[in-house]
Design a protein around this ligand. Structure first.
Ligand code: 13P
Length: 246
């Protein structure tokens, strides 16, 4: 049985002081999570040590919001896998639509990041997803298929998480309908070519939509932005109620 992965992406939010407050509220609320799920949080790099310290022993995995393909070098402003691993980080988001858009990250660079993550022992969370224009032009499947193929080239599909994040659903309050998210996650599973790959959905996930999403057969978890900043709302998401899968 695939474990579900409930991940929070804090983006450029949460100082160390805010991280401490979050952890104090969040920790008791996830003390009794069922064993069919794991929780991952991707704080900003500066808050990683604080979050690790305050959630130590709580069973929460920590992710980097990105990772460079080189392990060291003259790359001002970047972060390397060994730097993350030194702090106990276990996962790394790659290919999120924000760096794709704001820093022109390409599928080739994203693939290099994912390869380095895997090689060094980090679990890459590869984000893929179409824009509204691409969806309206009926290009959704083609775009995501390309992102999956290029992003995962040379990777072990069982040591990667793919997150389907339609760009039009990110930060807009428009969660993709659960059935449609499930359809795309199922297609991604087929394109990866391994039935056991973990496929998440992301885009305006919140406490009101989580149960419906997690009841879908091909959605193995979620990648949550805004609703992961509030400890009570993210804890509710982590404690989602859905039929147990067999
Ligand atoms: P929101 O949940 O705020 O829409 O963000 C989703 C996201 O981009 C997670 O990586």
């Amino acid at each position: 049985m695939r474990k579900s992965i409930i991940a929070g992406n804090w983006k450029m939010h949460m100082t160390c002081a805010e991280t401490r407050e979050f952890a104090a509220i969040f920790r008791p609320l996830i003390a009794d999570l069922p064993s069919d799920r794991e929780v991952v949080i991707a704080p900003p790099f500066t808050s990683i040590p604080t979050l690790c310290r305050h959630l130590e022993g709580a069973g929460v995995f920590i992710a980097g919001q990105n990772v460079h393909w080189e392990e060291q070098g003259a790359y001002t402003g970047m972060i390397s896998a060994p730097m993350l691993i030194e702090h106990g980080v276990t996962h790394a988001i790659v290919g999120h639509s924000e760096p794709r858009k704001y820093y022109s990250e390409t599928d080739e660079q994203i693939n290099l990041r994912a390869r380095t993550a895997q090689r060094t022992g980090l679990m890459p969370i590869l984000c893929v997803g179409e824009s509204l224009d691409q969806r309206e032009a009926a290009e959704t499947e083609r775009v995501i298929h390309r992102q999956v193929d290029q992003g995962l080239e040379g990777l072990d599909p069982l040591r990667v998480i793919v997150a389907y994040e339609p760009i039009w659903a990110i930060g807009t309050g428009k969660t993709c309908a659960a059935e449609e998210a499930n359809r795309i996650c199922g297609l991604i599973r087929g394109w990866v070519g391994n039935a056991d790959v973990t496929v998440q959905y992301g885009g305006s996930v919140n406490p009101a939509t989580i149960d419906d999403l997690m009841a879908q057969s091909d959605i193995d978890g979620v990648l949550v932005g805004g609703a992961s900043l509030d400890a009570i709302s993210f804890a509710r998401i982590a404690n989602y109620q859905a039929p147990v899968r067999t």
